[in-house]
Write a protein that binds this ligand. Structure first.
Ligand SMILES: C[S@@+](CC[C@H](N)C(=O)[O-])C[C@H]1O[C@@H](n2cnc3c(N)ncnc32)[C@H](O)[C@@H]1O
Length: 344
């Protein structure tokens, strides 16, 4: 029986409706490098505010909001109280640590936050609401036209994907294969995570020409150039290099259905019999009820590309069966992310 308004509680409506306040506080803290500047120090509000170049009006409100949501620790109360990173912010949001994942939050703060303002227009028109709206160029060309934006995008991808790729290296047995091709490999992070665990696997990280020099430098810095080659190609113009296992991390969700099917067919053609295509994505649950992040990611694809979209495991298996893949496996990775495996 329906409850009357007096028995109901609008708390969750307000909580979600005002989530953007909390979100913007965290994104601003990352953008202004609060967690990096704090490092391993213990600072008062005025010391930390000075280090960050902040006006005193907002410092206590800003820092104490972060305390209240669990992203800063504070010892004491009032002006002499000292602020410290939490274990998580010290590990993941201090730029001086290799475990930094804030690149994706920097991009969320500087690009996506503004573009999501135009969600109503995206929903009414089906058109992207990002740089593409003004430049008329495809997103990757528009993004890659200026080096800082390309570097920011690469760091964003590394931040969001590293944990998933580490889980993939743990959970998928790559020892069955001699060589791996990572399609749209960006900085080569997937290849690096897998290569470190499987030293006999030869890897190729395939991406557009502007990305490859950045990938080469990243791979060399990790001392893995003997095992991973960064190769140039355009997956809509060139056939994919042959490999026993092909991975695609957040590639299929960037495209409309005909392009998704083109990529799946290109992978099928490049694999031997028994080879595997592994798609790493925030797969939406088959009933489209529970993976909120996957559903929001699909709306983000609307904002970024218009006709691109995220999908379910059953969508993926249906598209893969059309080109001849025979057997399928779903492996949960980290948080909302999974690996969808199709065997030829
Ligand atoms: C969403 S990013 C995913 C990066 C990485 N796989 C990950 O999961 O973190 C998409 C990648 O596809 C690459 N890409 C886009 N169009 C491409 C094309 N036509 N040929 C090859 N790579 C392309 C981009 O440069 C970018 O690195």
């Amino acid at each position: 029986m329906a409850q009357s308004a007096t028995q109901l509680n609008p708390g969750k409506i307000f909580e979600v409706g005002f989530n953007f306040w909390t979100s913007k506080v965290l994104l601003t803290a990352v953008e202004l490098e609060l967690f990096t500047k704090l490092g391993s120090h213990s600072l008062t509000a005025s010391e930390l505010g000075n280090k960050m170049g902040l006006h005193p009006r907002g410092t206590f409100d800003f820092f104490d909001t972060l305390v209240s949501v669990g992203f800063l620790n504070r010892e004491g109360n009032g002006p002499s109280a000292k602020y410290r990173n939490t274990e998580e912010t010290a590990a993941f949001l201090d730029k001086n640590k290799p475990s930094y994942v804030g690149g994706i939050l920097e991009m969320a703060s500087q690009r996506l936050y503004r573009f999501w303002h135009d969600l109503p227009a995206a929903l009414k028109t089906g058109q992207p609401q990002n740089e593409v709206r003004h430049s008329q160029k495809p997103l990757f060309e528009a993004l890659y036209d200026d080096l800082p934006r390309l570097e920011q995008f690469m760091s964003a991808m590394a931040g969001i994907s590293r944990g998933n790729f580490m889980a993939l290296a743990e959970k998928f047995d790559f020892s069955r294969y001699k060589n791996l091709l990572d399609v749209g490999g960006a900085l080569g992070v997937l290849s690096m995570c897998v290569a470190q665990k499987f030293p006999n696997l030869q890897c190729q990280s395939f991406d557009l020409p502007k990305v490859v020099p950045l990938a080469e430098a990243h791979i060399a810095k990790a001392g893995l150039s003997h095992q991973i080659k960064a190769v140039t190609g355009d997956f809509f113009k060139d056939p994919l290099p042959k490999a026993d296992v092909i991975t695609m991390g957040m590639i299929l969700h960037d495209w409309n259905l005909p392009n998704k099917k083109h990529l799946i067919k290109a992978a099928y053609d490049a694999l031997p019999s028994g080879g595997a295509l592994v798609a790493v994505e925030n797969l939406i649950d088959d009933e489209r009820r529970t993976n909120t992040f996957g559903l929001l990611m699909s709306l983000n694809m609307l904002i970024e590309f218009g006709d691109a979209f995220d999908f379910t495991f059953s969508d993926y298996t249906a598209w893969c069966k059309e080109v001849g893949f025979k057997r399928f496996e779903l492996i949960h990775l980290a948080g909302p992310c999974s690996a969808a495996v199709a065997y030829k």
